[in-house]
Design a binder for this molecule. Structure first.
Ligand code: FMN
Length: 196
């Protein structure tokens, strides 16, 4: 008899073209769920850049598109991280979320029944709030369950490093809390039984 695979948490987010504080924040949150026992898969800036602009009428999907959609299909929980671009989520992150339209006719469409943790970075406070509000609306539209705490990170103040840490311990704790909250609710979607 083979042991059941641990539940999967999928992280989606980051920016393209270099070091991304958004992706670094995402990795901290997802790692916290990994420490609890979740399998983890992250689609960061590089992976999101491989996704073509979503064409709802395309008859074939690229390998990168299939990998992304299959990972979300397999997931018990998701964390989404976006920079605030002009007061809302970035096109790169939105393009990936648009691709979830491919799951519309699945037994579990979109992000249905899944806890979804949210992170927004911006170079100031105002866009962190509006970006989180936009992410919450999108997750509701995708039938997911945004977890109560979302991390708003002002990258004017908080700096991330190569070692997976951040200059502000409070931000680190907030990001870890997101991973932990998502993990705690994932059992509703068939995940691990996490005490607490
Ligand atoms: C196209 C673009 C639009 C942006 N718009 C805003 C904005 O409206 N408000 C804000 O505070 N920061 C804005 N920023 C700054 C980014 O949100 C901020 O630097 C973010 O932390 C970048 O994340 P990254 O390090 O993952 O690339 C913008 C940056 C870019 C490139």
């Amino acid at each position: 008899m083979t042991a059941a695979k641990p539940p999967l948490i999928v992280g989606i987010g980051g920016t393209i073209g270099g070091v991304s504080s958004t992706e670094r924040a995402l990795r901290i949150a997802v790692a916290a769920a990994g420490e609890i026992g979740f399998r983890t898969r992250i689609f960061g800036g590089d992976a999101l850049a491989q996704l073509p602009l979503y064409d709802p009428r395309a008859t074939e999907r690229t390998e990168a598109e299939r990998a992304f959609v299959d990972a979300v299909r397999d997931a018990s929980a998701v964390v989404i991280a976006s920079p605030g671009y002009h007061g809302s989520i970035s096109g790169v992150v939105k393009n990936a979320l648009d691709l979830l339209e491919e799951t519309a006719r699945d037994p579990r469409p979109y992000l249905a029944d899944m806890p979804v943790g949210l992170i927004a970075t911006a170079y100031g406070w105002q866009a962190t709030g509006s970006t989180i509000a936009a992410l919450r609306s999108i997750v509701h539209a995708l039938r997911g369950w945004p977890t109560p705490f979302a991390a708003a990170i002002n990258t004017q103040i908080t700096k991330f490093d190569d070692e997976g840490s951040a200059s502000d311990p409070a931000v680190l704790a907030q990001l870890r809390l997101i991973g932990e909250q998502v993990a705690r609710f994932a059992p509703l979607a068939g995940g691990l039984a996490v005490p607490g």
